[in-house]
Design a protein around this ligand. Structure first.
Ligand code: C2E
Ligand code: MG
Ligand code: MG
Length: 501
């Protein structure tokens, strides 16, 4: 008789223990993704910060998905939920991460223990962004999203969970604003970045240590949707201040002799980056920004010829971007240097066109092939007739002079549509892609080519009975597979820049 009673007691105990552990699990986990929740992460962080000595090190990485809201709004919450579930699945059990948590709608956070330097954390963050950016298939819809990450370290950026998370959050937003996938806490708070002059003192060493690197932003042909090249954009991967954008130091460097070695460093790095994509069977023309002082430097054409030779870069594959103002300082000397550069066979582009005073007629005498319309003309141009008229007349005049026109800073599908109607040749901007770190360029280009082929095949097969587009506009920026997708009624992906039928 005793046995059944005991058995019942044991079963009851086991049941209540299970119920407790189920509710405990629920209390510390996010039901949608199975990852830890905010409470679990904060408790772990608070425990660590309370017991850690100041020589202990750990970091919090806070990740926010790009344009997740559009998925929810345009495809429905059930698709959003499924997508989050898949994101959670990819983020669980990644090596090197102690806690992976979903801490808000589309916000995730990671705890990383140990002494990690800035490069390790950048690599880890890029790996996380890469993981999340692989395409998803939800039902019969293919989606691509991107993500940005902010990093805060203990004890440098905060001594408790609240401060660390807040600083990581601010760094993440700063990264999003600057168009880089990863930002460090110091980046968002300008105070720790020393005066520009003391940054200058570090520049030489930074070049030697490989801290001056390039991100590359794709340029896409409006008519065909083809990737026609990339623009190399400088970033200083500073060990303490995070990724410092060129705007924070280039103008100061331009006033010193240091600009000559810096431009050469950028050209050398551009050749190296491009050579790696060629190995990965992606051969792209590359554009490099040069400054006013380079155009005053009569040794520059000779040095460039040598650099191209050493770097194995065919001259016609390089475009040098020159600002209008650079041509206005000592125009005679500048046009001599420009002529010599043209003779080398490199292409020349006028950058930020419209912000200076040069007339198109003056450009006619220079061997310029491309005009980059400044983004101030592009942003919101479609919203008023005058905006469209200005861009149209620049494009028409440029075409009449045999120049190609690249529109910079294209952020909206509506601007792209307006540019297409006007007949602009090429576009560049966050809508297509943010500037990408070098290892993400070849995968991005390949993914885009596959998309294009699929779209063309699909267009051929169904041209007669084509249903109208339903734009999923699940664009993502900030990383490799960030492609703006169009999805037809059957969920087949389409390319934003390929005209229907
Ligand atoms: P830029 O040559 O006109 O480069 C385009 C800038 O616009 C980049 O900023 C890019 O990240 C940003 N951008 C691209 N698409 C969009 C968009 O859709 N919306 C918005 N709001 N911005 C967009 P970044 O990388 O901060 O570069 C700023 C400037 O610094 C460049 O302007 C260029 O003048 C200069 N620069 C960059 N790299 C170098 C370099 O290696 N050497 C020299 N001398 N100057 C450089
Ligand atoms: Mg440029
Ligand atoms: Mg520009």
């Amino acid at each position: 008789m005793l046995l059944p009673v005991l058995l019942v007691a044991v079963i009851a105990l086991a049941w209540s223990a299970r119920a407790t552990s189920v509710s405990e699990h629920e209390a510390y986990h996010d039901p949608l993704t199975g990852l830890a929740n905010r409470r679990a992460l904060e408790q772990r962080l608070d425990h660590l910060t309370a017991t850690a000595k100041l020589d202990h090190r750990f970091a919090v990485l806070l990740m926010d998905l790009d344009r997740f809201k559009e998925v929810n709004d345009q495809l429905g919450h059930h698709v959003g939920d499924e997508l989050l579930g898949e994101v959670g699945h990819r983020l669980a059990d990644l090596s090197g991460i102690e806690v992976a948590a979903r801490i808000g709608g589309d916000e995730f956070a990671f705890l990383v223990r140990g002494e990690h330097d800035y490069d390790d954390l950048t690599d880890l963050a890029n790996r996380l962004v890469g993981e999340v950016s692989q395409p998803y298939v939800v039902g019969d819809v293919r989606l691509s999203i991107g993500a940005s990450i902010g990093v805060a370290r203990f004890p440098d950026h905060g001594l408790d969970a609240t401060h660390l998370l807040r600083r990581a959050d601010a760094a993440m937003y700063a990264a999003k604003r600057s168009g880089v996938p990863v930002g460090f806490a110091a980046l968002s708070e300008r105070a720790p970045v020393p005066g520009r002059l003391s940054l200058l003192g570090e520049l030489d060493l930074a070049m030697q240590r490989g801290q001056l690197r390039l991100d590359h932003q794709p340029k896409v042909a409006v008519g065909t949707g083809e990737v026609v090249g990339v623009e190399a954009l400088l970033r200083w991967h500073h060990p303490e201040h995070g990724i410092v954008p060129p705007g924070d130091f280039i103008t100061t460097v331009e006033h010193t002799e240091l600009i000559a070695p810096l431009t050469r460093h950028v050209l050398r790095t551009a050749c190296e980056d491009r050579a790696r994509w060629v190995v990965a069977e992606v051969e792209l023309p590359i554009a490099v920004n040069i400054s006013t002082r380079d155009l005053q430097d009569t040794r520059f054409p000779r040095d460039l010829a040598e650099l191209l030779e050493d770097g194995g870069l065919p001259p016609e594959q390089l475009t040098l971007e020159i600002t209008e103002t650079a041509l206005q300082v000592d125009p005679e000397r500048a046009s001599r240097v420009v002529a010599e550069l043209g003779e080398l066979g490199v292409r020349l582009a006028i950058d930020d066109f419209g912000t200076g005073y040069s007339s198109l007629a003056v450009l006619r005498h220079l061997r310029v092939s491309e005009l980059k319309l400044d983004r101030s003309f592009v942003l919101g141009m479609e919203e008023d007739d005058a905006g469209v008229a200005v861009v149209r007349s620049v494009v028409q005049l440029a075409h009449a002079l045999g120049l190609e026109v690249v529109a910079e800073g294209v952020e909206q599908e509506s601007s792209l549509e307006a540019l297409r109607r006007i007949g602009c040749d090429t576009v560049q901007g966050f809508l297509l892609s943010r500037p990408l770190p070098p290892p993400l360029v070849a995968p991005w280009v390949r993914a885009r080519r596959l998309e294009r082929e699929a779209a063309l095949l699909d267009a051929g097969a169904t041209a007669a009975t084509e249903p109208p587009f339903e734009e999923a506009a699940v664009s993502a920026h900030g990383d490799a597979r960030s492609l703006l997708r169009r999805v037809d009624r059957r969920g087949k992906p389409r390319l934003p820049l390929t005209r229907a039928g």
